[in-house]
Design a protein around this ligand. Structure first.
Ligand code: ZN
Ligand code: ZN
Length: 344
C-alpha cells in the first residue's frame, strides 16, 4: 500500500510503498476512513532528529475507520465496525494509564501512531496495538469523525478541566477561532449554557464562523478587545482564557484578560511564553498547558457528536494530495480541518 511518510528530519514527507501490516496478538487492523492533518505535524516536519524517533514512519495521529481484521485474542469488535482511534498510546499499566489518562503515560509520554516513529493513519490501513484504543462510532461517518480524536478531544479536555469555574455569570475567552477554537466554542456552548463565550481572532471571517458556532461576542485582536472583555466582566477578567494560538502576543493578551483565581490555558503550539510574576497573570490564576485528553473524555466527545452538538468543518483530500493539504494548512488556508481519505 501507499503511505504518506516522514522519511528524514526536516525533509518534506513522501508517498512510499509499504507492506500492509498484519495484526499480532491483541492487535487490530483498521481500514482508514479519515486521517486528520494536524498543525503539530508541521512542527514534526521541522523537528530535529532527536525529537523525531525512528524514521521513516507514516503520519496521521487523528484517525477513524472500520475494523478490518482482528489479531489472535483480540475481542470486542467485529470486521466492519466503524471506530474512532484514541491517539495517545500508553503502556496501559502505569498509574495514569489505569485512570484512562494515556496522554500522560509515565512510560511512553502519550505518543501514538503518526508520532515519534509509530506508523499513523495516512495509509489505507493502520495497525492499532490494543482494542482499548478503539471507540465505537455508531452512526457517525469515520471520514467526518476523524477530527474528534484530536481537534475535538484536545479542546474538550482543555474546557472540561475548568468546567467548575464556568457557572452562571462567568466568561470564557477563546483566543484563535481556527479549527480548534471553533471546536472549543461549541464545547463551551454544549457543556456550560450559562457562560458568556467570547471569541478573539485577527481574521473577520473566522469570527463570523465563531459566531455561527455559538460565540456570544466576537472581537478582533487588539487593545479594544481587552477593554471590551474587561467591560463584560465588570473589570474582573474571564474565569477561563483558552489560548489556541500560543504566541507571545496572544499569551500577553491572555494574561491581561484572565481574572484572579482564573485559568489561563495554553493549547496552541505557537511556542510563545507568558511571564509569570507577582503582578501578572492575576493572583492565583493558574497557567496550564494540557496535552490531548483522556479515553473517557473521548467517549463523551463521541456522545456530543452523535447528539449533533459539535461538528468540525472538514475538507477532504485523497492520499495523493496529502502534501498539498499540509501546504494549505501551513499557509493558513484550511478553515476547519483537512482530512486525508486514503480509501476514497
Ligand atoms: Zn494533533
Ligand atoms: Zn502508561
Amino acid at each position: 500500500m501507499q503511505a504518506f511518510q516522514l522519511v528524514a528530519p526536516q525533509q518534506p514527507p513522501e508517498l512510499r510503498e509499504v507492506p500492509v501490516p498484519e495484526p499480532g496478538p491483541g492487535q487490530l487492523l483498521v481500514k482508514v476512513g479519515g486521517a486528520g492533518a494536524c498543525h503539530s505535524d508541521l512542527h514534526l516536519m521541522e523537528a530535529p532528529t532527536e525529537r523525531l524517533g525512528r524514521v521513516p514512519f507514516t503520519l496521521g495521529h487523528e484517525n477513524a475507520g472500520w475494523v478490518e481484521k482482528l489479531g489472535p485474542g483480540a475481542t470486542g469488535f467485529a470486521p466492519g465496525d466503524p471506530v474512532l482511534v484514541y491517539g495517545p498510546w500508553g503502556c496501559g499499566t502505569c498509574a495514569n494509564c489505569r485512570l484512562g489518562m494515556e496522554n500522560y503515560c509515565e512510560a511512553t509520554g502519550g505518543l501514538g501512531g503518526g508520532l515519534a516513529g509509530n506508523d499513523g493513519g495516512m495509509a489505507p490501513y493502520l495497525l492499532v496495538p490494543a482494542t482499548r484504543f478503539l471507540i465505537p462510532l455508531g452512526s457517525l461517518d469515520p471520514r467526518a469523525a476523524a477530527p474528534l480524536s484530536d481537534a475535538a478531544l484536545t479542546s474538550y479536555h482543555a474546557v472540561k478541566r475548568s468546567l467548575h469555574l464556568l457557572g452562571p455569570g462567568s466568561t470564557a475567552v477563546v483566543i484563535g477561532a481556527g479549527g480548534l477554537g471553533q471546536m472549543a466554542i461549541q464545547i463551551l456552548r454544549a457543556l456550560s449554557s450559562s457562560t458568556t463565550v467570547v471569541a478573539v481572532d485577527t481574521a473577520a471571517d473566522k469570527l463570523a464562523t465563531a459566531a455561527r458556532m455559538g460565540a456570544d461576542e466576537t472581537l478582533l485582536s487588539g487593545d479594544e478587545a481587552v477593554t471590551r472583555i474587561k467591560d463584560i466582566t465588570r473589570g474582573q477578567g474571564a474565569q477561563l482564557v483558552l489560548d489556541m494560538v500560543g504566541v507571545d502576543p496572544t499569551l500577553r493578551m491572555a494574561a491581561q484578560v484572565a481574572r484572579v483565581r482564573g485559568h489561563l490555558t495554553i493549547v496552541g503550539l505557537g511556542g510563545g511564553a507568558v511571564p509569570v510574576n507577582f503582578a501578572s497573570p492575576p493572583h492565583e490564576c493558574s497557567v496550564a498547558s494540557p496535552y490531548w485528553g483522556f479515553i473517557g473524555e473521548l467517549m463523551e466527545v463521541v456522545s456530543l457528536a452523535q447528539a449533533g452538538k459539535i461538528q468540525m468543518l472538514v475538507e477532504y483530500f485523497p492520499l495523493e494530495r496529502a502534501g498539498e493539504a499540509y501546504r494549505l494548512l501551513h499557509e493558513g488556508k484550511i478553515s476547519g480541518r483537512a482530512v486525508i481519505t486514503p480509501n476514497g
